[in-house]
Design a protein around this ligand. Structure first.
Ligand SMILES: Cc1cc2nc3c(=O)[nH]c(=O)nc-3n(C[C@H](O)[C@H](O)[C@H](O)COP(=O)(O)OP(=O)(O)OC[C@H]3O[C@@H](n4cnc5c(N)ncnc54)[C@H](O)[C@@H]3O)c2cc1C
Ligand code: SF4
Length: 567
């Protein structure tokens, strides 16, 4: 039998994962005076060394696309480090007939090193949509419960935007937005023509200094990570203040295996693999916060079996792993010939969209439930490998004529991405694969995934809207999508939009939910889940701002309960 090395210290809280949820928990709990051990499966991040800011394509082998173009599928070698669809030795599986893709990031800060920084509040109706249309379930909390925490998160991390009074996209505590780019103005004008709402976007990027962090200097490369911490990542914005308290013990290279249940029915710690020595270790703590990302936290609970919880810890409801959703995604693009005549101009800005289209048909009867928003972009960014593939397919010839054509068409494309709400369905969930383990011997997840007719109709509507906008702008819509098969109307595979949530949802009824409205397990009072897993619905708004607001609120509750001796 291998020897388990136990930490001599008893921590107040053990937090698993340092991404959006775990970073927020670590900050609030340590600032509240609790001692926290933070287990993080990845290594530390060193922005100066790890982030490829202000590098030219030719400074990287294969100009950032990787040997054989392989890095392209992980968004290229420029992307902030340690994020991938497949991690060597740490597989996941999909059940026959299902295709689920899982982007994981093993590094301090998790996927907040990579995210697009789109920071949107859920709307009041998103918490009670089942009451309106009878699909899925309502949340046990309302927008009013969460709104003060949206305020706190936005004010602390810095989000730009404008007050617009659109009911599907509530306003927040905004910094001033950057100016629209040329392509934004073209899309806005087209949207005005056809009655679509188009407003400045809301991104977690500083346009003014906040808490000593410098404002953005408009290098346009947020996806690479920001050396000046002008955009939000948990590693640069949540972890440093937690460290400053002296109450945080960060343990990197620590792959949590299981939450340990004590004889009193409460969690007493976490067992983890120290990746450097491949030894099993144990942290003792009075409370445990799972924030390893929605599916990884479900995996941890399902792998934590005991006589009391033979189907997984805190899983008397059987809801762990169920109610999994991702955003509905369908993309398209078109060209705007009038842009061929544009003189070269300054296209600088933040590394993301300056304007977007919130869900605008909320007051109509649509042939699918709920809604979607549209992210768009275009213009003259740094050209990358493969930039002219479409042109090469369309144009005859070579040499000077082809180059001239490439110069003419460069920067005339506008891309659009619809991001919409999926309704949870019984064919979409994750469970433990009975046969496959990872390189640490930990059983892996097996995914089941199915889109329903609701989501497919939404993707169709996205494609029709993209075309309508591009044509209203005087352009030519180029995307062609099949109407059936694996990807009708271009609907992306499950997980591809990287908004997977819901796998340990909160609810008023312990028979059908895992957590109460404070992200606390119904079954075990000193276990909390603070990542995407508690979300009851997955509205068109990207989930990370809500993950942080929920984690902030749950952490304040945990602090209170700890003070009262209730945990
Ligand atoms: C390219 C990209 C673009 C995105 N764009 C947006 C966007 O614009 N807006 C938006 O809202 N969202 C976006 N997202 C999604 C966003 O990143 C996630 O919603 C968010 O990071 C989830 O936070 P989390 O705390 O649940 O998990 P994560 O941020 O994934 O953090 C989980 C952490 O837990 C660690 N961990 C995992 N397993 C273990 C274990 N067993 N033991 C110890 N540690 C473990 C991981 O290493 C990681 O550090 C994007 C994601 C990507 C990759
Ligand atoms: S665009 Fe701004 S926030 Fe983004 S990486 Fe550049 S300086 Fe940082």
């Amino acid at each position: 039998m291998s020897q388990v090395i136990r930490s001599p210290k008893m921590y107040d809280v053990c937090v698993i994962g340092s991404g959006a949820g775990g970073g927020t928990a670590a900050k609030i709990l340590t600032e509240g005076g609790l001692s926290v051990a933070l287990l993080e499966a990845g290594p530390p991040v060193y922005p100066e060394k790890d982030f490829k800011m202000l590098m030219w394509p030719y400074e990287l082998p294969h100009r950032g696309i990787g040997v054989g173009g392989h890095a392209a599928e992980n968004f290229g070698e420029f992307l902030a480090p340690n994020g991938a669809w497949q991690i060597e030795g740490e597989p996941y599986t999909s059940a026959p007939g299902s295709n689920f893709q899982w982007f994981r990031s093993r590094i301090v800060g998790g996927r907040t090193n990579h995210w697009g920084r789109i920071a949107l509040r859920f709307a009041p109706i998103d918490f009670q949509s089942a009451t309106r249309d009878g699909l899925g379930d309502d949340w046990p909390i309302t927008y009013d419960d969460l709104s003060p925490y949206y305020d706190k998160v936005e004010s602390y991390i810095g989000v730009f935007g404008t007050h617009e009074n659109v009911s599907s996209a509530p306003d927040g505590m905004f910094l001033p937005p950057p100016k629209p780019r040329c392509t934004d103005l073209i899309v806005k004008k087209a949207c005005d023509k056809i009655g679509v709402i188009c407003i400045p976007s809301r991104l977690a990027i500083l346009t003014k200094s906040v808490n000593g962090r410098l404002p953005c200097h408009y290098c346009g490369q947020c996806g690479r990570g920001c050396v000046t911490a002008s955009n939000f990542s948990s590693s640069q914005v949540m972890i440093p203040p937690a460290m400053k308290t002296g109450k945080l013990t960060m343990i990197t290279g620590a792959m949590a295996r299981e939450v340990i249940l004590g004889k009193d029915g409460k969690a007493e710690g976490v067992s983890y693999i120290d990746k450097a020595t491949r030894t099993e270790r144990r942290i003792s703590a009075r409370a445990v916060v799972l924030a390893a990302s929605a599916c990884e936290s479900a995996r941890l609970l399902l792998n934590s079996k005991s006589a009391q919880f033979p189907n997984g810890l805190a899983n008397s409801s059987g809801a762990v792993g169920k109610y999994l959703t991702d955003s509905v995604g369908s993309d398209g693009w078109g060209i705007i010939p009038q842009l061929e005549k544009m003189p070269p101009h300054n296209h600088d800005g933040v590394g993301g969209m300056h304007m977007y289209i919130p869900w605008w048909k909320f007051d109509r009867k649509n042939d699918f439930p709920r809604g979607y928003h549209i992210e768009f972009g275009g213009g003259r960014d740094m050209p990358g490998v493969g930039e002219f593939n479409d042109l090469l397919h369309e144009e005859e010839g070579y040499g000077a004529t082809l180059k001239k054509r490439a110069r003419q068409t460069y920067g005339t494309g506008i891309g659009m991405a619809g991001r919409g709400e999926m309704i949870p369905n019984p064919d979409t969930y994750c469970e433990i694969d009975r046969e496959v383990v990872d390189k640490w011997g930990i059983p892996v997840l097996r995914f089941h995934f199915k889109w329903s007719e609701y989501e497919i109709r939404q993707a169709k509507d996205m494609q029709e809207t993209f075309r309508a906008i591009i044509e209203a702008a005087g352009g030519v819509y180029k995307t062609k999508t099949p109407i059936s098969g694996e990807s009708p109307f271009g609907i992306a595979a499950g997980g591809k939009i990287i908004h997977e949530v819901g796998s340990a949802r909160m609810g008023a009824d312990p028979k059908s939910s895992v957590l109460n409205g404070f992200c606390q397990a119904h079954d075990v009072k000193n276990i909390f889940v603070m990542d995407g897993a508690p979300l009851v619905t997955n509205p068109d708004k990207n989930p990370t701002l809500t993950i942080m607001a929920l984690a902030w609120r749950a952490s304040e509750y945990l602090l209170d309960e700890a003070r009262k001796g209730n945990l």
